[in-house]
Design a protein around this ligand. Structure first.
Ligand SMILES: Cc1cc2nc3c(=O)[nH]c(=O)nc-3n(C[C@H](O)[C@H](O)[C@H](O)COP(=O)(O)O)c2cc1C
Length: 422
C-alpha cells in the first residue's frame, strides 16, 4: 500500500560489495578494450576469471589477461586437469559477462551450439538465476545482419541481458552502430545489475508494455498504436534506482536499455496467462500496467451471408467481404490484485482519454479507481500528445495529483512513489 509524498530521491546508488565475475571473451578488435575491464574490476575488489574463444589469442594473449588481474584463463575444455572447469566456473561466478561478444558468438549462443570453452561454459551456466550479460561488438552490417538481430531477440527472451551497442567510428574506419560500449559504461551497468540483484530494499516491480495483437487469421491481426516507449523508460529509471524490474512487453514494443527480465506477450490471452503466472510465482511489490490491452478479441469470422469461416488454420481469401464478430475481453487491471501472491501489491493503471473536457477526463480516472481498485492512475489525453510533448498526470487514491511534462518526469514521480510502497 502507498502513501504519496512528492520527495525528490536520487536515482543512482553506489555498488557496495564484491563479486566473482566470469568474463567471456570472443575474437573482436574490442578485446584490448575489454581487457581493461579485468583491472577495473579487480581494483574494486572483485575476483575475475576469464574464458576465451580460440580467436581471442589473435588479439590478446593469456599472459596479458592474467597480468591485468585474471585469476585464470580458460580456453580449452579438454585441457589436462580441467575436465570439469566448464561446469565449475559457472557455479563459481556471481555474474557471467560475454564481452566483447562477436556476431559469431551471439549467433552460436542463440542456436545452442557448444563447441568451445566459451559456448560450453555459457550453456552449463544458464538457468542458475545468475545474471548473464552480452556486450556486443561488431561492424554495423554484422550487427544489422538478420540472424544477429534474431539471436539478440531470442537471447533477451531467455532472460539474458544484452547491453546496447554504441555508434560512432568503427575499427574498420566506417561509421555506424555496433561499437562495444566504453569499459567505464560497462562497469557502471554491471554494477547496477549486481546491485539490483542483491539490494534487499529494492522493490520487485512488474511493468507491462506495448500493445496486444488479436489474430484475425494466420497473417492478419487487430492491433493498436502503443509503442511501449513510456513503459520502457519507466523500467529503465526504476532499474537504475535499484528496483528489480520485470518488463512484460509486446513482441514489437520498444525494449528497455537497462538490464531487466524481459518476458514477451502477443495476444490478450497470452498477456493474461503470463500475468497470472508471474503474479502467482513472484511477490511483486508493485505492478505498473501500461500495456495497451485490446478490449476485443476476434470471436468468429463470417462470410457476408453469415457463414462461419475457419480462420485459425490459414490465410483468409481476400476475394469478398467478411464480417468479424468481436468478443469483449475482461479487464486485466481489475484482476491483478486477486492474482497477486502479495495481496498488498501497489497497482498502477494507465488511462488514455480523448476529450478536451476536464470533467470527463477526471470522471474516466475516477472510474478506473472505482472499477479496478488501483492505487494510482497515470492519465494522459490523446489531444495533448504531439511529437514535442507527451504530458501525464499521476493521480493517487488519496486524490493527490502530480503533473509530469514527459516520460522522464513521470519516471521520477513513479520512482518517488515506489519509495512509499511498503
Ligand atoms: C582484425 C579483426 C577484427 C575483428 N573484429 C570483430 C568484431 O569486432 N566483431 C565480430 O563479430 N567479429 C570480428 N572479427 C571476426 C571474428 O574474429 C571472427 O568471426 C571469428 O570467427 C570469431 O570467432 P569467435 O566468436 O569464436 O571468437 C574480427 C576479425 C578480425 C581479423
Amino acid at each position: 500500500m502507498l502513501k504519496f509524498e512528492t520527495v525528490e530521491k536520487p536515482m543512482e546508488h553506489n555498488f557496495r560489495s564484491t563479486s566473482n565475475i566470469l568474463l567471456m571473451m570472443s575474437g573482436s578488435i574490442a578485446c584490448a578494450k575489454a581487457s581493461s575491464l579485468i583491472s577495473e574490476w579487480t581494483k574494486k575488489g572483485h575476483r575475475v576469471r576469464v574464458a576465451c574463444t580460440r580467436s581471442v589469442t589473435e588479439f590478446v594473449g593469456s599472459a596479458t589477461l592474467q597480468g591485468l588481474g585474471a585469476e585464470m584463463v580458460f580456453d580449452n575444455v579438454f585441457s589436462p586437469g580441467k575436465a570439469m572447469e566448464h561446469i565449475s566456473l559457472g557455479k563459481w561466478a556471481d555474474i557471467i559477462i560475454a564481452a566483447p561478444a562477436t556476431s559469431n558468438l551471439i549467433n552460436k549462443l542463440s542456436a545452442g551450439i557448444a563447441d568451445d570453452a566459451v559456448t560450453t561454459l555459457w550453456q552449463a551456466a544458464y538457468g542458475q538465476e545468475k545474471p548473464m550479460v552480452i556486450v556486443p561488438a561488431m561492424n554495423t552490417r554484422m550487427w544489422r545482419y538478420p540472424a544477429t538481430q534474431e539471436s539478440i531477440k531470442r537471447l533477451k527472451q531467455w532472460g539474458i541481458h544484452v547491453l546496447p551497442v554504441a555508434s560512432g567510428e568503427l575499427a574498420c574506419g566506417e561509421k555506424g552502430e555496433g561499437r562495444m560500449l566504453e569499459p567505464v559504461e560497462i562497469v557502471q551497468m554491471i554494477e547496477r545489475l549486481l546491485f539490483v540483484d542483491r539490494e534487499p530494499s529494492g522493490k520487485r516491480i512488474l511493468i507491462t508494455a506495448g500493445g496486444t495483437r488479436e489474430s484475425i487469421d494466420s497473417v492478419r491481426y487487430i492491433g493498436n498504436i502503443s509503442s511501449g516507449r513510456t513503459a520502457s523508460r519507466l523500467a529503465d529509471a526504476l532499474t537504475v534506482s535499484g528496483h528489480r524490474v520485470t518488463w512484460l512487453g509486446a513482441e514489437d514494443a520498444i525494449t528497455p536499455d537497462r538490464p531487466c527480465a524481459m518476458p514477451r506477450f502477443c495476444s490478450f490471452e497470452d498477456l493474461s496467462v503470463q500475468l497470472q503466472t508471474l503474479l502467482a510465482e513472484s511477490d511483486y511489490d508493485a505492478v505498473i500496467h501500461a500495456a495497451a490491452v485490446s478490449d476485443f478479441r476476434v470471436g468468429s469470422v463470417l462470410t457476408r451471408d453469415g457463414h462461419p469461416l475457419d480462420s485459425h488454420t490459414g490465410k483468409l481469401s481476400s476475394g469478398s467481404d467478411l464480417l468479424l464478430q468481436l468478443k469483449s475481453n475482461p479487464k486485466l487491471l481489475d484482476q491483478i490484485r486477486s492474482w497477486s501472491k502479495n495481496p498488498d501489491v501497489c497497482v498502477i493503471g494507465f488511462k488514455l482519454t480523448d476529450t478536451e473536457d476536464l470533467e470527463q477526463r477526471l470522471a474516466a480516472v475516477k472510474k478506473q479507481f472505482d472499477d479496478s481498485g488501483v492505487d494510482a492512475v497515470v492519465h494522459n489525453d490523446l489531444r495533448e500528445i504531439s511529437c514535442n510533448a507527451h504530458p501525464f498526470c499521476l493521480h493517487t487514491s488519496k486524490r493527490a495529483m502530480v503533473t509530469c511534462q514527459d516520460d522522464e518526469a513521470l519516471a521520477k514521480t513513479i520512482n518517488n512513489l515506489m519509495e512509499t510502497v511498503s
